[in-house]
Structures are given as C-alpha cells and as structure tokens.
Design a protein around this ligand. Structure first.
Ligand code: SF4
Length: 263
C-alpha cells in the first residue's frame, strides 16, 4: 500500500472514522469482535485513566495485545486477505510515534510496518532526525493488508481503530506524526486534507482521556514523497520533521542534513 498513497488517493471520509460515542451506539463492527473491543471501553472517564506503565510493562502490554487479540482478529474482511498481521513495532516507551495507513505487499509478507521503498525513506527521515528506527514506534491505521492495494474501507478502519487507540494509550508518546491523509484525518477527526494541515501543530482531540492533548504533526506519507521527490516536497517534509525535533529537543546528527532540502 505504501506505493499507492497519494494525497488525493488517500482520502477516507473522516465522518466514517471512529467516534467512540457514536460507536457505542452502533455496536460491534463485526460478529466476531471480542469483548475487549467493546466501544464503551475505549473512552473511559478521566477517573478511569490508569497511571502510565513502566517501559517493561508497556512492552508486555503491547505483546499481549498483539498476541492475544490482534493476531487472531477477524473483525473485518481484511482478515481473509492477510499473510501476516502487521501490528506495529518499535520502542514501547517511545516519545515519537509515526502512524501510516496500512500494510502493503512487503509489510504483509514480513509482518513488519514500513519495510518497502516507502519504509526505506521513512528510515532516512528518522535518521535525519538523529534517531534510530528502534527508538520510535511505527504503526498503521489498519493491521491487515487490503486486497489489490486499495485503501481500507471506512468500516475496516473503524473495526481496527480500538487496536491503534490501545497501542497509543500504552505507549503515551509526546508527539505523533501522521503520515498522509487517512491517519491525519482519522486521528484529528478532520476532513481537511494533508496539503492544508501538514506542517501545522495540532492537538489530539478527546479520543481518550489518556491521550487528549498530545501534539500531532501531520506530514506527507513517504510513498507520496517518493512519487513527488522534488526539492519543494522534501523541504516541506524536512521542515515538519524539524518542528518535531524542536518539540522533542532533538538535535540532528553530526554531518546531518539540517538546513539542507531534507531526507
Ligand atoms: S484490519 Fe484490524 S480489525 Fe480488520 S481483521 Fe485485521 S486486525 Fe482485525
């Protein structure tokens, strides 16, 4: 999928994306949805927000979620198309999380997010920030590959939403970088396109008390950047990443590309 994400092609209707209260009324997305996916559990009151876990506890919680729930999930039709579930990977205690749209062919084959050409570019973006891939966390809106490289349907995004939300609640990053339209529109509950909102800090809306107010930086998806590898696009992405670096107090690596046209 990474290869087919264009700014226009990535649009998913924001109205179809998960709204916890709406979901509570709508009921489960699929007959086999497990009880842990009960929408009423997705947005507890502030009093129910658990304290932040320690790094080993976060790693354990993510493992349990991946192995006990996501690995065998059949909430949506994408289950029938997958070779591997692509849960996400990285530092369970990461300050910075990147969110893309969904697995492509390489990701489905390997079970890892962002391992194709777009993944190589994402790696370069991360390195340009002075970080290693294993210092951040990388995930997608849906965990299974849609067939024929099509975008995930709104009901598939909705079915998978609670998994991403729980990943984020466990990790509790300081900054989320949304890559392209679907994750930007889904997480920010906006219908605004990526070309309009990229480079502008936003706050995560009240999708979960544990997550409310986290800083979000929307930027172009690496696959879009690959297809539009112009100086202008690269400078825009690099400018977005530099804003993230300033927010997190990161300095570019020695011999890095600060001031250049980007990753
Ligand atoms: S995409 Fe998500 S909701 Fe659908 S089957 Fe895969 S893990 Fe389950």
């Amino acid at each position: 999928m990474d290869q087919r994400l264009g700014a226009g092609a990535m649009l998913l209707p924001a109205a179809a994306l998960p709204d916890p209260s709406a979901r509570a009324a709508a009921g489960p997305a699929a007959p086999q949805e497990p009880s842990s996916g009960d929408p009423s559990l997705l947005c507890p009151s502030a009093a129910d927000v658990p304290p932040e876990l320690s790094p080993p506890e976060k790693a354990q919680a993510l493992r349990q979620l991946a192995q006990q729930e996501v690995a065998n999930c059949r909430r949506c039709l994408l289950a029938g198309n997958r070779t591997h579930v692509v849960f996400g990977e990285g530092n369970p205690d990461a300050d910075l999380v990147f969110i893309g749209e969904g697995p492509g062919q390489d990701e489905d084959r390997t079970g890892r997010p962002f391992v194709g050409r777009a993944g190589e570019l994402l790696n370069r973006m991360i390195h340009a920030m002075g970080l290693r891939r294993d210092q951040v966390y990388i995930a997608n809106m849906v965990k299974c590959r849609p067939p024929d490289n099509r975008p995930p349907a709104p009901e598939e995004v909705q079915a998978c939403w609670s998994f991403l939300l729980r990943q984020l609640e466990i990790i509790r990053p300081k900054v989320i970088v949304t890559l392209g339209n679907p994750s930007t529109q889904g997480l920010l509950r906006t219908s605004e396109g990526i070309t309009k909102v990229r480079g502008l800090w936003r706050k995560l809306p009240a999708i979960s008390p544990a997550m409310e107010g986290i800083d979000v930086m929307p930027t172009f998806h690496p696959a879009y950047l690959l297809r539009n590898y112009s100086r202008d696009c690269r400078e825009k992405v690099w400018s977005d990443l530099q804003q993230v670096m300033r927010k997190l107090g990161l300095k570019p690596p020695a011999g890095g590309r600060a001031g250049s046209q980007g990753p």
